[in-house]
Design a protein around this ligand. Structure first.
Ligand SMILES: *[C@@H]1O[C@H](CO)[C@@H](O)[C@H](O)[C@H]1NC(C)=O
Length: 345
């Protein structure tokens, strides 16, 4: 008789945890407090004549890819640390071969020693979901890719979601909405591989038929053109700095302190749970577990035993599809991210 209340408590306990995880994942705390700017306040057109279309209120732009060209924009300033963020909606229907990239880089200033932080969205055939990857490069570490690949828990072509890159002297966090999906904590052993020089923010859409979908098996089909991506509610919260004048970045200490005290700069315990959940469920490749590529994981890797068992030796899950081996060749055009250029080489 005495067992019944115990059992009831037990199921209540599970019920509690079910709701706890559910809410922590999908409503990972309240929204960030962000100051949104218009397109012209922070950005300029980069390439693709006619394929960047401003909204009448200036709050958003559309980037188009058609059979003649892709398109892109770039921040007017370079920033030494910052929070770079936008609401993004990706092209729908058949999008194989299409890449939409949202990234920071200084590749056009520092050819051999550039820094870069990437979100890259990889299109797919009709009925199959978009995937995306994140990557980190520092001081020209192009031979040491640090990519992770994931699926999303929603259809990114149906509505806008916020994608954000936080970069401070201490850590880098990639966010999808308020869910931190990846954190890189600065580690002495990383040396120059941790981005350190001022970077611009870029957004581009372009044809990556030769690698983006199933390793290049499915190409862009221009019968579905134009492919339309939309960007709105821009946030560029960082310290504008001249990349060639180290002294200018020295004036960033106040802004750095402000940045580091923002709620998005530290992962709360609740957000850490949602990050763990996301990675357990939606990450299908991580360089940290790819022991064929890195016999010893790079120094910033935090090895989680349950993840390691899941990924075994290759760092990827079976359903992850092909993952082209990278090479070192790259072009000087800053339109594609370093990952794009390497995979395409
Ligand atoms: C970056 O790379 C350059 C050229 O290889 C090197 O001289 C410099 O010391 C590196 N900087 C850092 C911070 O590692």
């Amino acid at each position: 008789m005495g067992q019944l209340p115990v059992r009831r408590n037990f199921s209540l306990f599970f019920l509690f945890f079910f709701f706890f995880f559910f809410f922590s994942f999908f409503c990972a705390a309240s929204s960030f407090n962000l100051s949104v700017i218009s397109f012209d306040q922070g950005y300029t057109h980069l390439f693709g004549e006619g394929n960047l279309v401003r909204s009448s209120d200036g709050r958003s732009v559309r980037l188009l890819l058609d059979r003649y060209t892709g398109s892109g924009f770039i921040s007017a300033n370079l920033y030494k640390h910052g929070f770079f963020s936008a609401n993004i909606k990706l092209p729908s229907e058949y999008t194989a071969g299409v890449v939409v990239a949202f990234y920071t880089s200084n590749g056009d200033v520092f050819e051999k020693t550039h820094d870069e932080l990437d979100f890259e969205f990889l299109g797919n055939v009709k009925g199959k979901p978009w995937r995306f990857q994140t990557n980190v490069y520092g001081n020209g570490s192009t031979s040491r890719g640090r990519e992770e690949r994931y699926r999303l828990w929603f259809d990114p072509s149906k509505e806008f979601h916020r994608y954000s890159i936080l970069w401070t002297a201490k850590n880098i966090i990639f966010y999808v909405d308020e869910v931190p999906i990846r954190e890189v904590i600065r580690n002495e052993a990383m040396g120059g591989d941790y981005p350190s020089k001022p970077m611009s923010l870029y957004a581009t859409i372009w044809d990556a038929s030769n690698w983006a979908t199933s390793g290049g098996k499915y190409k862009v089909d221009y019968n579905y053109a134009p492919f339309v991506s939309e960007f709105s509610d821009f946030v560029l919260d960082g310290c504008p700095a001249d990349p060639l004048q180290l002294a200018s970045a020295a004036g960033c200490s106040d802004k750095d302190a402000e940045l580091e005290s923002n709620d998005y700069s530290a992962i709360t315990p609740l957000r850490r749970i949602s990050m763990r959940k996301f990675r357990q469920k939606y990450m299908y490749y991580s360089y940290c577990y790819d022991t064929l590529r890195y016999a010893t994981p790079p120094p910033e890797c935090v090895i989680i035993p349950s993840e390691k068992r899941r990924f075994q030796d290759t760092g990827r899950l079976k359903f992850g599809g092909s993952h082209k081996k990278s090479s070192k060749r790259r072009s000087r055009v800053p339109v594609a991210t370093t990952s794009d250029r390497q995979a395409a080489a």
